[in-house]
Design a protein around this ligand. Sequence first.
Ligand code: MG
Length: 281
Amino acid sequence: MKVNLHTPLAACALASVLAWPISAWPQNPPAQTAPPAPPAAAGQKPRPQDTEQWEPVPVVVTPGPITSAPPPSDAIVLFDGTNLNEWVNTRDKAPAGWTVADGMFTVNKRDKVGNIETKRSFGSYQLHLEYRIPADIGGEGQSRGNSGLFLASTGGGDGGYELQILDSFNNKTYVNGQGGSVYKQFPPLVNAGRKPGEWQTYDIAWTAPTFNDDGSMKTPARLTAFHNGVLIQSNVELKGETLYIGQPTYRKHGPSPIKLQSHGDPSIPISFKNIWIREVK
Ligand code: MG
């Protein structure tokens, strides 16, 4: 894989990843669930709280100064500050109806546009994305700047594999749903979130899952992620698609769009800029 040293953050992050043998990487703890409420009685329908994990709480790490990472020469630029030509609405595949202004784009909650996703489909890749939760964000828990980066969209709504975007700066919620979690599967190794109003980065290495002819999973999806330059997911093996209710499972799919979430909570919408991707063949 080629690394362009003109992109300091991505280069450092990726070089670090590539330099380590897998056995030497920091390991996320095994996925576990520790429901705060009593377990559901036998025969009772699965509930959202059954898959919430509240402890241990990831320690807070203050990231270094805010930096950006311009796209390397072989990247596909998914947003350069000017238009959403690479994106469509997930619901109807119409031109993406989120709002572009001032070199960024913002979730359109007012018009109930819903999620947006890339026109193109991807397998395994490296991705860079920047987002900002408004300085005057309100709400709490899952209702405070909630969005999400779906590493592969497997259908409408929230189908796919979500790396959570959420204000995690002094905002208590279940740890496998806080910012930087693989939603309801893996809490982040540490909480490297910046305070609302500041731009934040995700740098991602995604290995797409593969499937057998009969539809069963052959090799699981894998994720390594850096939040503001800090390692938060270390080569974790996803247990399937990320679900609000119930246990994750895999459903066969091929190359898929990347999706951004318009969450239904009433907090004011968040913004994005500088999104690029490098396919890994
Ligand atoms: Mg979300």
